[in-house]
Design a protein around this ligand. Structure first.
Ligand code: ADP
Length: 300
């Protein structure tokens, strides 16, 4: 297991930021840490990276406790903090060499050249960081996070503030890096999770409210919705009489019919159509959109 977080609690004075949070990240996974602003994402990440102590609970990275073996674990982790604190007056190469030296990276000049290539910074490599666009600054941030070849990458809102083109480029870069590393990234948008992550851990008000494969999360609900289109007139009332149906809603050309997951709703709707001599034009189970799952899990 690359990251194990056990019963983590953090208070800033009286203010509870994270409460009894537990989750694990397997080697090679790209996990999205999703939650609204103030949910406790940055705090959890700062504790995993050893920058902030926890009030209670344990964190292990690659089997080592981040508090007890803090020096070892820092070598195992690459971290891109939320506000990517770069030295704007330094040149790209100079800064990366500086970080490489902090980590005592061997053949630092060659390693810097390798990193510049890996994150696509060749064209901008001779500039001062302050001259770079936000997208290129994020590339510098990613390069500094992987320069010591860590096993685990912790990226705090790596795409916030990027324009749509930069967003696509940085996401692609993270996916590329994620082929070789374990990655945990925080975000407050579901699109980001759908674009990059295998799994998602959702946090709200300091507590974990969901944890699962991105593809499975949409099926956690107890209800299932069938979308049906019929030729000819059908009334809402009549549809409501189908066995087990809880809710019927008219949408453009068809109907959304909701019932319990345990029932075979699609079959029951088909049978209903046959009994009422209705021609079925479309009949499918609707996947609940992840965005809606997220909204329902994190509403106040
Ligand atoms: P997120 O990253 O999900 O936006 P944070 O971890 O930054 O959430 O914050 C979680 C909660 O802890 C918020 O209520 C925030 O105001 C509070 N908090 C964060 N950092 C501090 C701090 N240094 N001092 C006091 N409260 C803090």
């Amino acid at each position: 297991m690359s990251i194990v977080v056990e019963n983590l609690t953090k208070y800033y004075g009286e203010q509870a930021a994270v409460h009894d949070v537990s989750f694990e990240v397997k080697k090679g996974e790209i996990v999205g840490f999703l939650g609204p602003n103030g949910a406790g994402k940055s705090t959890t990440m700062k504790i995993i990276t050893g920058y902030v102590p926890s009030t209670k609970g344990n964190v292990k990275v690659c089997g080592k406790n981040v508090t007890v073996d803090s020096l070892d674990t820092r070598r195992l982790i690459g971290y891109l903090p939320e506000h990517n604190p770069l030295y704007l007056d330094m040149y790209v190469k100079e800064y990366l060499q500086f970080v490489g030296n902090l980590y005592k990276v061997k053949n630092v000049k060659e390693r810097v050249a390798e990193m510049i290539k890996a994150v696509g910074l060749e064209v901008e490599q001779n500039k001062k960081i302050g001259m770079l666009s936000k997208g290129y600054r994020q590339r510098v941030g990613l390069a500094q996070a992987i320069i010591h070849d860590p096993e685990v990458l912790i990226l705090d809102e790596p795409t916030s503030g990027l324009d749509p083109n930069q967003l696509v480029e940085i996401r692609d870069l993270i996916k590329k890096i994620g082929k070789e590393k374990t990655v945990m990234l925080s975000t407050h948008t579901m699109q980001e999770v759908e674009a990059i992550c295998d799994r998602v851990v959702i946090i709200n008000k300091g507590e974990i409210v969901a944890d699962g494969k991105t593809s499975e999360l949409s099926q956690t609900d107890e209800m299932v919705t069938v979308y049906a289109e019929f030729e000819g007139h059908v009334s809402k009332n009549l549809l409501g009489k189908i066995k087990g149906v809880r809710k019927v809603e008219k949408v453009q050309d068809g109907w959304l019919i909701e019932g319990p997951k345990t029932a075979n709703l699609r079959k029951d709707v088909a049978q209903f159509a046959q009994e009422n001599k209705l021609l079925v034009l479309t009949l499918r189970v609707e996947e609940k959109r992840l965005e809606e799952v997220f909204k329902s899990l994190t509403k106040a």
